[in-house]
Design a protein around this ligand. Sequence first.
Ligand SMILES: [Zn+2]
Length: 429
Amino acid sequence: MKAYRAALLYFTGPAQAAYEADGLLVVGPDAQGRQVVQAVGSYQALASRFAEVPTEHLPGRIIAPGFVDMHIHYPQLDVIGSPADGLLPWLENYTFPEESRFSGAAHSAEAAGFFLDELLRNGVTTALAFATSHPESVNALFTEAQNRSLRLMTGKCLMDQNSPEGVRDDTAQSLADTEALIQRWHGVDRLGYAITPRFVPSCSEAQLRGAGELAAKYPDVWIQSHVAENKDEIAWVRRLYPEARSYLSVYEQFGLLRPRAVYAHCIHIDDEDRALMRATGTAAAVSPTSNLFLGSGFFDYEGAERVGFPYGLASDVGGGTSFSPFHTMLAAYYVGREGQTKPGLSLTPQQLWWQHTAGAARALGLEGVVGNLQPGYEADFVVLNPQATPLLARKTALAANLGELLFALIVLGDDRVIERTVISQASGG
Ligand SMILES: [Zn+2]
């Protein structure tokens, strides 16, 4: 066992943040040997009970749950910050050429290692990530995540049409590869498989049908894809499926909406789509830096709350512009505030933080596992330095309440705030 004495941030309910200015976090092995939270609370209340436990004192620091990124593309590491005229030209000119390089094991392994270290440097401890269409890219990311004891989900991208040579796959082979990868990796250590149809235009009907059949056969495997990001993309889907009520309903018709199904964007959807997400337990990965960068539109938070489907935050690198959860939370605030194309609202700092930690974990079906600091949760956490820059030190010192402290970190923070990222390790034996 080990204890940490510092300020503590955790959640007692949706967007209900609790803060202990002088707290104690105790971590130790559970029955399976995983490092989990044993106790969390005020130092005064807990110190005598854990007097024997070695305690690291971190004065002036805040311990908080590790961040959870619901949607990110590891092969787009080098695509970040590429100028393009919106989604479809961006895919064609930058993304597909870069992804074709991941047919090689060496390039995949190097990129996977860099990608995971960059996540950790930014305080992200769990991610649902796209790989490329090459099985080698999936093996590389799982291997590097396993080496770092990370909780990570990824999968081979399915794309057998409307995609260039080098990334396009073969329908039957792609489904056989997917099933072999599920059997090799899903549930191994902290790894999970995600069935990954890229988006409707890049998948044939046979491929989408096969993906849905695998999703039914392996119900605790994740599904990840994209929906309703961009108006040109939606018009394309309408030409492919003129009969379908909406873009989202195409996924429904192939059995791809269910708990643990996560769709990036969900911008241009209506209340019937929202009700379909709620009824099927399908989650949205809200990707605000990406949506602002590619000019795609604004996620409707009011609609999401009114109808009540699961959602959380995502970086969507490389359409997204930052690995930093602080940048993503700030962009989510901008998107929420926008009130010309949809109702505008001010998300509270506690809501923003929840959406990138415990709320994201809940939307992924990982409530009780990661995203919070409560007894039994896996011990993935970050040590934050609220004085990481001169302006942050000045501003956080003025904070009169928790909301002001968290908002100062969201607006002014970046990777410099993340002093340390601690990952739950399985103890030996
Ligand atoms: Zn994406």
